[in-house]
Design a protein around this ligand. Sequence first.
Ligand code: ADP
Ligand code: ZN
Length: 769
Amino acid sequence: MTVAFSMVQAEHTSGHTLMQQPSLALDIANEETVSGVEEQTDGARVGVLLPVPMLGVLDYAVPDHLHMQLTEGAVVEVPLAGRMAVGVVWREGGESLGSLPYYKLKPINRVIDLPVIREDLRRFIDWVSAYTMSSPGPVLRMALSASSALRAVPQRRHYQITAKPQEGVRLTPARKAVLAVLADGKPRVSSEVAGLAGVSEGVVRGLEKAGLLEGLDISVDLPYAQPELARSGPDLSDEQEQAAKSIAAKVWQGGFAPFLLDGITGSGKTEVYFEGLVEALKAPGSQVLVLVPEIALTSQWLERFEARFGVAPVVWHSEVGQAERRRAWRAVADGSARVVVGARSALFLPFQTLSFVVVDEEHDPSFKQEDGVLYHARDMAIVRAKLAACPIVLASATPSLETLVNADEGRYEKLVLRERHGNAVLPAMKAIDMRHEPPEAGTWLSPILVREIETTIAAGEQAMLFLNRRGYAPLTLCRTCGFRIECPSCSAWLVEHRFRRELQCHHCGYVEPIPTSCPECKNEDTLVACGPGVERLFEEVNNRFPAARTSVMTSDTMMSPSATAHMVQQIASGHLDIVIGTQIVTKGYHFPNLTLVGVVDADLGLRGGDLRAGERTYQQLVQVSGRAGRAEKPGRVFLQSYEPEHPVVHALLSGDGDTFMAAEKAARQRHHMPPFGRLVALILSGPEMSDVLDTGRMLANKAPVEHGVDVVGPAPAPMARVRGHHRFRMLVHTRKDIRVQPLIRAWLSRVRPKKGVRVKVDIDPYSFM
Ligand code: ADP
Ligand code: ZN
């Protein structure tokens, strides 16, 4: 039986006081005792979870004709507030006393013809809901996130030759041509037959009438091709082989087994976990999930998969269109999709037999979902694998501190790859001390880096410049009055996007044309752009190297997976000389002819730092450096820094990441910070600043007083206003062994937020904005 929820209130707005679990039924009526007794005995009921916030599991009556189909996990259609909604049977029978009497229950409308949602996924949904303190509905919604999959699949009429041909039918040349096309026995739609035979579709219909062809309706969703396991992979090096064997052995054995695959960039981590995949797929019906940080960026991964397995994997992310979503979701549910590669939401797909999970680039910050249900996909992937009882590999060249500590403490088995594949070596790293080698006024590249770019392109090789700032300039300022152009609804500067000729807010998406005069003092031509973004760097590079083929890689220029794939292809095939990019370029790409990486501002990520600023900057710079010299030609990396003595820069130069991470670990340990203690953030927001602050003060007054628990705040959030809402933050810091969810739940129940104030709970926060 599944566990019943107690309603958790993660985001409570005033007006919703803590909702009670709609109290639930008595026992499932026992038909044997019921039959023959008076009229108004109770019938069967089931608890249904709906993908709706704040509802919990609701009881519905089971009509007699559906009785046999209503097992736990069945997908059903039920009436809800005057319309039909799709939900999942979460438990059979009623739960508690005092619930709605049977005669008041609405009946289940129908059972949808889909495989049942299996128990491991149902328990996972319960788990994520309880851990993140989100109500279960929105978590279920992520699992049912292909609304089209829940409707019947459209059919298309195909034609084939009837088994028993009719006698005495006149065969014109056109009819003969049609029969010839269909002679291979493959059913085809009439437009295809007509096209191939060079006749009109009327001929096809005529033959059907004459009884020579028969129509059959086939689902428009074609089955996915199956991976070819007989193909052999590359010869693995000794250390690759060892790691691959450890993984494959656990996959063969089955059961939960977490691995950290810690291998330098270019060491062949993908080849290694592919062996685990092969092992998993040998078992009939088993399925594999590979989570990647940003699916749009994995065109190269997909090509490699195809080269290795002869077919494309099933791809799952938010950009996948409705028809393909339906096809993928259903194929995952019926077990025919064997390998799924996807963004974090793929964790909630309804696998039949999940047998192996990979989280690639496990350190990547984008695994934390920052809206809706606030969960960390890497952490939840571990839970998913545990519930599915299967091995999981977390792969990275720069594992997160959390994962390293899990490995150090023996919870994860650690596999290490120390060498780059083939003759490739890690690039040589140098810092450019910007205090001594400053760029000319109004430019951003120091003379040293400019010379390096020159030599690189002269040698026919490629250079990459990394600057994690979209747009032309982060700030537009009036030279006369000092006015800074801000977003009208956020506490953020508007960022100039010169390619698009507009100012844009990176927090709410607000845009306005670039003004010609200062909005404040009205002077003409006094606005100046301050600081560099990638577009400005592009301008400088074009001025310096007019003959070079230069391109900018950011989320603004790579709006779709196909645009991204095209750009990656352009670089890989040598059609570009210089690539300028944001963090988007740091992710796992392999460009054999790229030999120079220039980090334009190595200090950028360290400013205004939070808990993980050092760790994150280190990971990002190792990853971007890892793009250089991945094939025969050795690579060079230059870090422009005003603070080259900073431990992060030092660690990069010395190549001694282990010492750096050990120091980070010691610091976190000293301050009982994660993973040695726990953090929970409360984000309070609302249209009226005083209401938000008052709510924060009330919360502070009622804060838990307990040994090992500290509460700080309310304090204005660094992003003090977003979309016109004022924001305050509170931070709960506890000892590691304290269960924070009950503590927070009890705390929130003691305070009623002021009208319009939203309290968002972020367990294990990664963003402190
Ligand atoms: P990582 O993910 O560790 O950065 P990759 O798996 O992308 O490394 O490997 C880097 C490159 O080396 C890829 O082009 C890959 O195909 C190649 N490679 C790795 N191991 C081998 C091997 N054993 N044989 C042939 N090519 C390999
Ligand atoms: Zn804004």
